[in-house]
Design a protein around this ligand. Sequence first.
Ligand code: DC
Length: 221
Amino acid sequence: MKVSIAIDGPAAAGKSTVAKIVAKRLNISYIDTGAMYRAVTWYCVTNGIDCQDEAACSAIISNVHIDLKLDDTVWCNGTNITEAIREPFVSSQVSYIASYKDIRLEMVKQQRAMAADHSVIMDGRDIGTYVLPDADIKIYQIASIETRAIRRYEEDLEKGIQTSLEEVEDELRKRDYIDSHRDFAPLKPAPDSILLDTSYLTVEQVVEEIINIVKKKMGEE
Ligand code: DC
């Protein structure tokens, strides 16, 4: 049976961590749509294009060939950018890129094609509201800003990225603001989504919760 699961929510709410595990447990594909906006941002920055110049960024979109591989590595035009797209120079600019309509339309086209004929769990900001409005299951995953900042700060430390908790928190607030105030497909819960607050849950508890929701929903059909 084909199943599509949408997970949306603010930055660093733990969406991709749990989505990857759920994908393995259910043996379905995981699609990290944020990585696609990050790949476009990486391309613009490394080619000296100002990420706040909408026309210049939109003009290069057909040059950017993104490949999300099954081993969760991310490639752009043949370069492995899995680690580079998590660097602060990408994180600080990606919300601008993600607010440009022409770039979104191209990314959404590719995302829908990936979900067209097989089961997927896709995480992002507009999956349940815009990319897959008919998804079988829609989760809106949140956590307090303090929890998200600590989680992201610890992840950055592990990766050797030099930053401070204050900087991480400021950056998350800024990104959430831009992501939820843009004109086209902003971050917001789909009316038929299930709210999952992960502030006090472990990764394993969130995974179990989502698997139970999927089993219940698919068992009913
Ligand atoms: O999930 P993330 O932090 O990797 O996402 C990077 C940026 O891309 C984030 O600022 C929001 C944006 N994004 C989006 O607008 N729509 C999506 N479907 C996924 C991410």
